[in-house]
Design a protein around this ligand. Structure first.
Ligand code: PEP
Ligand code: MG
Length: 583
């Protein structure tokens, strides 16, 4: 068979997963398939089941060792992935399903565990949540490792002799974590998603990555191994056999990325102030204490949204009160003297946690999620609140409740906070001051704000959910893209109502949905009267530039008119017009 080399340039548009640009030779990562389809004779069933249990335990132990190794290399958070793998390898449901295949269908161990892992992965893929879909890869990884162990095959590793870009259908987390970092220029995956562990680990390790690259494997299969690849982790582009023009572009983009990073760092010191002197406080949205350093460097003056659910996911039991005190205090210390806003757990419905069994709901987005869980599981919120009051002795902590609908929910928050303080007082624990606030994500919470704003200290508009509930548009449904612009006049009116209610009550108001990190939308928010914007750290520089290039008086008039527009597109056009130079 002759292999026809791809000599000519091919461009594949993929999904960006970890920023940065890489160019170099590629290595195809492929695990040698485990031979499947074997059978056992009826008299060997019990022995095969015992072998299966032993292999599962061996992989659980190996996963724990890998977790220790990754933690030892300074990636405590990423190490949790492998602690979770250990739990998956010991998951009674997985093992019982596999055992059932051996006993009832006389499958051999490798075939039985592979079928069981496949079934669990299918189940996870069928759930609406992107994060859980990404977890399917973890289950397949664990199943594959147990099967390999049973088949007497060595563990999979990426063979890298020299620096290269790794090309694969998907990369199991156990392989991603054990890659020799100095030899991995980048990762290009035909499958996977930005929230799968391969991408999460690539971002944590600073490896440029692109995923969902349809046609990549067939294209490189035709290419000689000497053909190079260029991947751009910021826009998702892959160039197979890049030409001279690409070289120039690559060099330009690399130096541009360096320059931009440098410019963003320098500008981090500048105030976010309009030309006519309106000062805006820029805050960061974070999901873990590890993100605090980058956000401080990029000029965040505090945290407007600490999404605590990430501390609870990817583990086998909830974080203890002490662990939470440590996480919250670490962030507060990093941002001192500025405040850190801890959002109480926002899970349930579409974001299940394995150790928090909840009933299945027909409409999870309209179901028992977030603060609504307090009725059946007050313990979760009490532990979090106690941790926040304790962490507040080490830095400034604010606490806000998600999914608040009305004054009754605010009363629930107040009662939980009182109880948490009383419990700490009973055991003589010192507590710090904590301002209590709410997220405005449900239209009813905005429309009734006057009834409860006087008993809280601040509110923050979660425009991601506010848009979903105002326009009846499921956040995750790609078929509804035309509705998904937060500059919809209905959302703008709710923002303006929130600003007016906050002014009447004399409390602080911020916006922490994705809208705040979109430069044109940020200008609209400033025009509507919002003075605090919270966003992912990577958006801070562009939003700061947009604000510094705009006039408050002009934005105010544009915002007044935009509320009367008949479409988000019309409203957006009013603000993009004021974005000169804010890239
Ligand atoms: C929001 O809904 O806008 C928000 C900030 O919360 P999350 O995206 O975590 O639901
Ligand atoms: Mg929300």
């Amino acid at each position: 068979m002759t292999t026809q080399s791809v000599a000519s340039r091919v461009v594949i548009q993929a999904t960006p997963a970890a920023p940065g640009i890489a160019r170099g030779p590629w290595v195809r990562f492929e695990r040698a398939a485990v031979p499947l389809g074997g059978r056992v004779s009826p008299d060997r069933v019990d022995a095969e089941i015992a072998r299966l249990a032993a292999a599962a335990e061996a992989i659980a132990g190996a996963s724990e060792a890998l977790a220790d190794d990754v933690r030892g290399r300074g990636h405590a958070e990423e190490s949790e992935v492998f602690a979770a793998h250990a739990a998956m390898a010991r998951d009674p449901e997985l093992i019982e399903t596999a055992t059932g295949h051996v006993r009832n269908e006389l499958m051999d161990g490798p075939s039985a565990i592979s079928a069981a892992a496949q079934a669990v992965a299918e189940l996870l893929r069928g759930l609406g949540d992107e994060l859980l879909r990404g977890r399917a890869t973890d289950v397949l990884d664990v199943g594959d490792r147990i099967a390999r162990h049973l088949a007497g095959l060595p563990p999979v590793a990426a063979a890298l002799a020299a620096p290269a870009i790794i090309v694969a259908e998907d990369l199991p987390p156990s392989v991603t974590a054990t890659l020799p970092r100095e030899l991995v220029l980048g990762m290009a995956l035909e499958g996977s998603s930005p929230t799968a562990h391969a991408s999460i680990l690539a971002r944590a390790f600073g490896i440029p990555a692109v995923v969902g690259a349809s046609g990549l494997l067939a294209t490189v299969a035709q290419a000689s191994p000497t053909v190079e690849l260029l991947i751009d982790g910021s826009n998702g582009e892959i160039v197979v056999a890049p030409g001279e023009a690409d070289d120039v572009r690559y060099a330009e983009k690399s130096s541009l990325i360096q320059d931009e990073r440098e410019r963003d760092r320098v500008e981090a010191e500048l105030p976010a102030e309009t030309i006519d002197g309106t000062a805006i406080t820029l805050l960061a949205n974070i999901g873990s204490p590890d993100e605090a350093g980058a956000a401080v460097t990029l000029g965040a003056r505090g945290v407007g949204l600490f999404r605590t659910e990430f501390l609870f996911l990817q583990r086998t039991d909830p974080p203890s009160e002490d662990e939470q005190v440590d996480a919250y205090a670490r962030v507060a210390e990093a941002f001192a003297p500025n405040p850190v806003t801890v959002r109480l757990l926002d899970v349930g419905g579409d974001k299940p946690i394995p150790y928090l069994p909840l009933p299945v709901e027909d409409n999870p987005f309209l179901g028992v999620r977030a603060l609504r869980l307090a009725e059946t599981r007050p313990d979760i919120f009490l532990t979090q609140l106690r941790a926040c009051y304790r962490a507040a002795t080490r830095g400034r902590i604010k606490v806000m409740a998600p999914m608040v609908a009305d004054a009754g929910d605010v009363a629930t928050l107040g009662a939980l906070a009182d109880r948490a303080r009383a419990e700490l007082a009973a055991v003589g624990r010192p507590v710090g001051n904590v301002d209590l606030g709410v997220m405005l994500e449900i239209p009813s919470a905005v429309l009734t704000a006057d009834t409860y704003f006087k008993v809280i200290r601040f509110a923050s508009i979660g425009t991601n959910d506010l848009l979903q509930y105002t326009l009846a548009v499921d956040r995750g449904n790609p078929a509804l893209e035309r509705y998904r612009d937060s500059l919809h006049p209905a959302v703008l009116r709710l923002v303006r109502l929130s600003v007016e209610a906050a002014e009447r009550a004399g409390i602080e108001l911020s916006v922490c949905g994705e809208m705040a990190g979109d430069p044109a939308a940020a200008l609209a928010l400033v025009g509507l009267g919002v003075r605090q914007l919270s966003m992912s750290a990577t958006s801070l520089a562009a939003v700061r530039r947009a604000i510094r290039g705009a006039q408050q008086s002009v934005l105010e008039e544009a915002a007044a008119n935009a509320q009367l527009d008949d479409s988000a597109a019309g409203a957006r056009a009013r603000f993009t017009a004021h974005l000169s130079g804010a890239s």
